[in-house]
Design a protein around this ligand. Structure first.
Ligand code: SF4
Length: 286
């Protein structure tokens, strides 16, 4: 099947050396290798931002979409050919700001795709403005006196939007992140993996050191039950001295595709449309 080397492109990433995006790219490639996914059956859809460049450096099919619009494109690809593994990637500004409406509705729809959010709590590509997940009081080019509003809480938002798989990883722990991405791709339904991703060039608060002192793994707490939504909500609001990573919540329910009898047997792209007579429909419209 696909090896790590086969997934590596000749072009080298242009991210700043040391950026957390490298850890996410490596974890994603590891996950594809571990799952033995043929690379021609994987489509990676990106939004705009530093994270949006990721598909250029992984040798699968890809679609670089518009700002905040990775999820509509990813859902369309999945519904056109649900045999493909569809993975959307984007940043916090892209997914939790510009694309918030798509984010919420994709989750409740439960289309079987994986969404990896490179959450660096800043707009990196545009050189450092406050983003939807920047912390209150955060000083940046766009908030020189400190950010006034509190941040979006993506884990709580996902839980409230009926997301069937909600997880958080850390770009500085590639092994753990790989495992989460493997689980997310295996999950039947919409999987959110929010990734704490240090932007070393513009976010001087949420650094590797900051996270390494604070993150702990939910799975190390034997009393934690990821099928308990109430418990997951409690953990979603834990942010400060301790920050949980791992699988917050998972449930099994029908995917959007499962509810469509038209594509239950044969993917839309494989269906024979030559013999469909639409002349009466055209007449009605004229
Ligand atoms: Fe990474 Fe920040 Fe550089 Fe973008 S600006 S590549 S997020 S370190």
């Amino acid at each position: 099947m696909t090896s790590f080397e086969e997934l590596t492109t000749q072009e080298k990433p242009t991210w700043c050396p040391g950026c957390g995006n490298f850890g996410i790219l490596t974890a994603l490639k590891n996950a594809i290798v571990e799952l033995n996914l043929p690379k021609h059956e994987v489509v990676i859809v990106a939004g705009i931002g530093c994270s949006g460049h990721l598909p250029q450096w992984i040798n699968t099919f890809a679609f670089h979409s518009l700002h905040g619009r990775a999820l509509p494109v990813a859902q369309a690809i999945k519904l056109a050919n649900h045999k493909l593994k569809v993975i959307a990637v984007g940043g916090d500004g892209d997914g939790y700001g510009i694309g918030t409406a798509h984010f919420i509705h994709a989750m409740r729809r439960n289309v079987n795709i994986t969404y990896i959010v490179h959450n660096n709590q800043i707009y990196g590509l545009t050189t450092g403005q406050a983003s939807p997940t920047s912390e209150k009081g955060f000083k940046s080019k766009s908030t020189p006196h400190g950010l006034i509003e509190p941040p979006v809480n993506p884990i709580a938002l996902a839980l409230a939007s009926d997301c069937s798989f909600v997880a958080r990883g850390f770009a500085g722990d590639v092994k753990h992140l790989t495992h989460l991405i493997v689980q997310g791709i295996q999950h039947k339904g919409f999987a959110l993996i929010d990734v704490l991703q240090p932007c070393i060039s513009f976010n001087y608060l949420n650094t590797y050191e900051y996270f390494m002192k604070r993150v702990y793994k939910l799975e190390e707490d034997n009393s934690y039950n990821f099928t308990n939504k109430r418990l997951a909500f409690e953990k979603a609001f834990e942010w400060g001295e301790k920050i949980p990573i791992g699988l917050f919540y998972k449930e099994e329910r029908k995917t959007y595709e499962d509810e469509l009898p038209q594509i239950a047997e044969i993917p839309l792209v494989k269906q024979n449309i030559n013999e469909i007579d639409i002349s009466s429909l055209i007449e009605e419209m004229c």
